[in-house]
Design a protein. Structure first.
Length: 519
C-alpha cells in the first residue's frame, strides 16, 4: 500500500467498523472489534504515542468583547493581575437634542419642550452586573477622557487595538481626568427594597453602578449641548461624534486589591428641564399660574458593540515562575498561561502509514485544586485545542471550531478532572497530509538533486509549529434560536488549572486507533 493511501477515506469494511464504534464510549482501548465477522480480514488496534507539553506565557490575547474589566486581584500562586479598559461612546445616527420651547404669539403655536437651553446636571455612569472577588472590598477608580493620540492611532492603518497589551494610559494624562469614585462591588448603602425591586415585567429595577459627576457647564453645555446647537453634523453618527466631540474614556483602578468588576456598559447621562405641554405642544400652566415643569435624566451616549472597547490585562512577574515549572503545565486566564503540546505526527506516520486512521484521543488531566483562599479561582470550564500556527488567525477572524484543526472540550470537574478530546484524527491526518504534499512538491522540483535529510531539516526550520497545538481557556457563544456555535473568545475571567505533564513531568499519551487490512 503506497503513501498516498495514508489516512484515506475509510473503505466499506472499515465503515462498518466505525458504525459499530459509534455506540461505544470514549475509551478507545476496547472499541468493539470483536463484533466484526472474521471474514472481513480487518485488524483494529490502539497504539499509544508520547505527547510532550510545556507552559507558555500568553502575554497578550485578542479580546473583541463588549465587557469592560476593571480592578486588581492578587493570588499567592500567580501574583497580581490588573485590568483597565477604554471605550468610545456611541452616537445614534442623526442624533437630536430636544429644541428649546418657543411660543409664536402670531400663530398661537408652539415648538420644542426644553425650558431654557441649559443642562441641569451631567454624569458618567458605569454599570456592572457581576464581579469576581471580595464584594465588600474598598476600591477606587479614575476616569480619563481619551486624547488626540487615540484618534491618530485608532485611525491608522494596521492598528490592532483589540489585544490586551493595549496601554490606555498613553491616551490620557492628568489634564484629562474626568473624575474619581470610591466603591465596593456590593453597595451596602442600597436598601434591600431597592435592590430587590422589579419593574412591571418582573425584571430587576436596580442595576449596580458607579457614578462620576461631571461639570454641567464646562462639559454638559459647552462640550456637548452647545456644540450640537452650532454643529449638528458632528452628531450625525458615531464616527463624527468621536472625531469631533468626545473621543471616549479610559477607566482604571486606583486603589483596592481583591475585586474585578465586569462592566456591562458606560453611559453619559444628562438631565434637562422640560415644559409639560398639551396635545398642541403648548406648555401647561399650574393652578397658581406658574409653568408646569419636570426634570428628566436622559442617557444620551452609551458604550455599545458598534464602537471600540479595548481591555488591558497586566500580570506580575510571579506568573513567570509558574511558566518555568518543568514538572507540570498551567492554564491561567485572563491573558496568562497556555499549555503547548507537541503531537508526534512523524512517529504516527512512520508506524501506521499502511493503516487507516479511525480515531485519536488526547486527554489533559488537572491536579485537584484546593480552595485555600476566600476567593480562589476555579479551573477553566471550557478549553480550545487549536494548531499553534493557526492560533492568531483563529481569533482575529472570529472563527469557530471545525473539528479538523480546532476543537473544544468541557472540564469534567466531577468525575475525572480532565479535558478530553475524544477524536482528533482529522487533525492528525490533515497535518501529515500537509507535510507529505510539501515533500512531494519539493522532490519533484529538485529532481536528481533531491536530498531528504536536507529537506527535513529545512522543513523544521520553516515550520517550527507544524506539530504543535495550544490549549487555551475560552468561552463559547451560541445562537439562541438554533443553538449553533457562533463565537469562540478568550476567557477573560479569572481561572487556572495545573495540568499533568511538563518537560520533566509525566508524559501524556495520545491513543490512536487504526485499522489494518490484512491481505
Amino acid at each position: 500500500m503506497n503513501l498516498t493511501r495514508l489516512f484515506k477515506l475509510v473503505p466499506f469494511a472499515s465503515l462498518l467498523l466505525l458504525l459499530a464504534l459509534g455506540s461505544c464510549d470514549d475509551n478507545t482501548g476496547s472499541m468493539g472489534i470483536d463484533m466484526m465477522p472474521p471474514t472481513d480480514h480487518l485488524k483494529a488496534h490502539t497504539t499509544l504515542f508520547d505527547v510532550t507539553t510545556r507552559s507558555i506565557k500568553a502575554d497578550s490575547v485578542f479580546a473583541k468583547t463588549s465587557t469592560g474589566y476593571v480592578g486588581r486581584f492578587s493570588d499567592a500562586d500567580f501574583g497580581f493581575y490588573e485590568c483597565s479598559f477604554l471605550t468610545e461612546l456611541n452616537c445614534t445616527d442623526n442624533y437630536r437634542f430636544p429644541d428649546v420651547y418657543h411660543y409664536d404669539e402670531a400663530t398661537q403655536t408652539a415648538s420644542g419642550i426644553m425650558a431654557g437651553d441649559s443642562v441641569v446636571s451631567a454624569q458618567l455612569v458605569i454599570y456592572y452586573s457581576s464581579w469576581f472577588g471580595d464584594s465588600l472590598n474598598a476600591c477606587r477608580l479614575s476616569v480619563y477622557e481619551l486624547n488626540d493620540r487615540w484618534l491618530e492611532e485608532r485611525n491608522a492603518e494596521g492598528t490592532n487595538y483589540r489585544y490586551t497589551s493595549i496601554d490606555g494610559s498613553k491616551y490620557c494624562d492628568n489634564s484629562t481626568l474626568m473624575g474619581r469614585a470610591a466603591y465596593s462591588a456590593y453597595d451596602t448603602s442600597v436598601s434591600d427594597s431597592l435592590r430587590n425591586a422589579t419593574d412591571s415585567d418582573g425584571n430587576p429595577a436596580y442595576y449596580p453602578h458607579i457614578t462620576i459627576p461631571l461639570d454641567k457647564h464646562s462639559f454638559g453645555e459647552d462640550r456637548i449641548l452647545y456644540k450640537y446647537r452650532s454643529n449638528p453634523e458632528y452628531f450625525a453618527d458615531a464616527e463624527s461624534f468621536i472625531n469631533n466631540v468626545f473621543k471616549g474614556v479610559y477607566i482604571k483602578t486606583d486603589q483596592g486589591d481583591g475585586t474585578i468588576l465586569y462592566v456591562d456598559r458606560v453611559d453619559l447621562q444628562m438631565q434637562f428641564r422640560f415644559h409639560a405641554v398639551d396635545s398642541l405642544g403648548v406648555k401647561l400652566q399650574c393652578v397658581d399660574g406658574s409653568d408646569s415643569l419636570y426634570y428628566s435624566m436622559n442617557t444620551v451616549f452609551v458604550s455599545t458593540k458598534e464602537v471600540i472597547q479595548a481591555n488591558r490585562f497586566s500580570n506580575s512577574q510571579r506568573i513567570d515562575e509558574r511558566v518555568s515549572e518543568q514538572g507540570n503545565t498551567y492554564l491561567k486566564s485572563p491573558a496568562g498561561i497556555f499549555t503547548e503540546a507537541r503531537l508526534p505526527y512523524d512517529e504516527i506516520y512512520a508506524q501506521l502509514q499502511k493503516d487507516t486512521l479511525n480515531g485519536a484521543k488526547l486527554t489533559f488531566t488537572n491536579y485537584h485544586q484546593d480552595s485555600k483562599y476566600d476567593f480562589s479561582m476555579d479551573a477553566p470550564s471550557t478549553v480550545l485545542l487549536v494548531r499553534k500556527s493557526a492560533y492568531t488567525s483563529f481569533f482575529e477572524n472570529n472563527e469557530v471550531t471545525d473539528n479538523v484543526t480546532s476543537f473544544s472540550a468541557t472540564h469534567n470537574s466531577v468525575a475525572t478532572n480532565q479535558y478530553v478530546f475524544s477524536n482528533i484524527a482529522r487533525l492528525i491526518s490533515t497535518c501529515i497530509t500537509e507535510k507529505n504534499k510539501a515533500r512531494n512538491e519539493a522532490r519533484t522540483a529538485a529532481g536528481a538533486a533531491w536530498n531528504e535529510t536536507v529537506w527535513e531539516a529545512q522543513w523544521k526550520l520553516d515550520n517550527p509549529d507544524w506539530d504543535k497545538v495550544l490549549l487555551i481557556p475560552v468561552t463559547l457563544s451560541y445562537d439562541n434560536n438554533s443553538s449553533q456555535l457562533i463565537g469562540v473568545q478568550h476567557d477573560l475571567k479569572p481561572s487556572y488549572a495545573k495540568l499533568v505533564g511538563g518537560p520533566t513531568g509525566e508524559v501524556l499519551k495520545l491513543e490512536v486507533v487504526s485499522t489494518e487490512i490484512q491481505e
